[in-house]
Design a protein around this ligand. Structure first.
Ligand SMILES: *Cc1c(COP(=O)(O)O)cnc(C)c1O
Length: 406
């Protein structure tokens, strides 16, 4: 048993947190509820209700169908560029918004395997998010390919060395989560890109658990393709549309399978056959989900103001504090996330056989983490809406719940 230093006083940490004031911008931050699930569904911003109401009254109600020509049709690309600049490290013209992460994964994975004819494998790890694994299996079945499964450590994820053991001239695509949804392992994405490219394969990165919490530099790292959702750390609201990134060098060479009118070169010509639009617009399929894009827009503006590097610094401080508290107060639990903050994303998972019952008890008491089978308690600490006092209160309640149910 190692000796752990006494964790800091959360009031001191909140008092010196340069981003502390941002918490007041979120709905519900003034209530005693402890929210540890901002990595699953971010809290709404206080301005979101008014923003949506104004849209109904003025834009939708006032402009009606004219709105399509006054910005709505371009919103997937204009807001995509904004997302690219603020949180993805992507130059304009490579990011588009629409569909769900699942559908965009399908579209990009299908396009990627078609761009590597003669290659048989899609590489995915067994601990990737279910939808990523299922989409890979579906594309493999559809195209007569093989999913090459990678086993990863319980508190870790895909390292370059591990990836190098399975990637070779058979590999068409490597599908990897930048931050693993369960363990929070933060992959060394540029090094993984190098491994994939050395074998002539493409790399498709899922940014669902990183975007908005962890700096992402898609252009600089040479990532080929990426997807991510906007209702987690981008606070877009339940079911807000996802984004995709297609590196400029691949546009034109890749064809996605859901060719609808919004990806056509001239949607309103309504011509007889499909001609893809140039650029990332070719990856759109149907009518843009305009209402679903309103809430995330304000969060992107807020992240721009706070700065993603400062957000990451607070995220590291929050997860490190959670680990310190778990070490001191919950000696019987096992850390199922990396101990090294450099390798950790914005959440922490703690394993114990009683965690399912603990989670149920915590929810009754307005402490909201989530549970991941078989015995993981997942604490998502959304940097701008979570305080150190909230972390302390929540983990004190985990102690109480473990005592009550164990
Ligand atoms: C949340 C998440 C998804 C969600 O996909 P949807 O299509 O929005 O349901 C996909 N992949 C990962 C890694 C996620 O964390």
């Amino acid at each position: 048993m190692t000796d752990h230093p006494t964790p800091a006083d959360p009031a001191d940490l909140d008092a010196t947190d340069p981003l502390a004031a941002y918490r007041d911008r979120f709905v519900g931050a003034d209530s005693p509820l402890v929210y540890f699930d901002g990595n699953s569904l971010g809290r709404p911003l206080r301005g979101t209700g008014e923003r949506i109401g104004r849209f109904v009254d003025e834009e939708w109600g006032g402009r009606l169908i004219r709105g399509w020509d006054e910005g709505w049709l371009d919103l997937p690309l204009t807001l995509g560029d904004e997302l690219g600049r603020v949180v993805l490290g992507a130059a304009p013209g490579q990011t588009a918004i629409g569909d769900s992460t699942t559908v965009l994964l399908y579209k990009l994975l299908r396009a990627a395997v078609a761009a590597r004819p003669g290659r048989s494998d899609i590489v995915v790890d067994r601990d990737n998010f279910p939808t990523d694994r299922y989409v890979a299996e579906g594309v493999a079945r559809e195209c007569g390919l093989t999913v090459r499964w990678l086993d990863v450590p319980h508190d870790g994820g895909i390292t370059p060395d591990l990836l190098a053991t399975v990637v070779d001239e058979r590999t068409a695509v490597v599908l990897v989560s930048h931050v693993a949804y369960r363990s929070a392992f933060r992959a060394d994405l540029p090094a993984l890109v190098d491994v994939a490219h050395a074998a002539g394969a493409l790399l498709l990165s899922d940014e669902c658990h990183s975007v908005g919490a962890v700096p992402v530099r898609l252009d600089e790292w040479g990532v080929d393709l990426a997807v991510g959702c906007t209702y987690k750390y981008l606070n877009g609201g339940p079911g807000s549309p996802a984004f995709c990134y297609v590196a400029a060098r691949h546009q034109g060479g890749l064809r996605q399978p859901v060719q609808g009118w919004m990806g056509h070169a001239e949607p309103f010509a309504m011509g007889p056959g499909f001609e893809p639009a140039s650029g990332v617009r070719a990856f759109l399929s149907g009518t843009p989900p305009v209402v679903g894009m309103l809430a995330m827009r304000d969060m992107v503006t807020l992240l721009d103001e706070a700065g993603i590097d400062a957000v990451r610094a607070k995220s590291v401080a929050l997860t490190s504090y959670a680990v310190d508290l778990a070490d001191a107060l919950l000696p019987e639990v096992r850390l199922a996330s990396p101990r090294d903050p450099e390798r950790r994303g914005g959440h922490v998972t703690l394993d114990h056989p009683a965690m399912q019952a603990v989670t149920a008890r915590l929810w009754e008491r307005d402490v909201i983490p989530d549970f991941r089978h078989p015995d993981g308690l997942r604490l998502g600490l959304s940097p701008l809406s979570t305080s150190f006092t909230e972390v302390r209160d929540g983990i004190t309640q985990v102690r109480e719940a473990l005592d009550a149910v164990a």
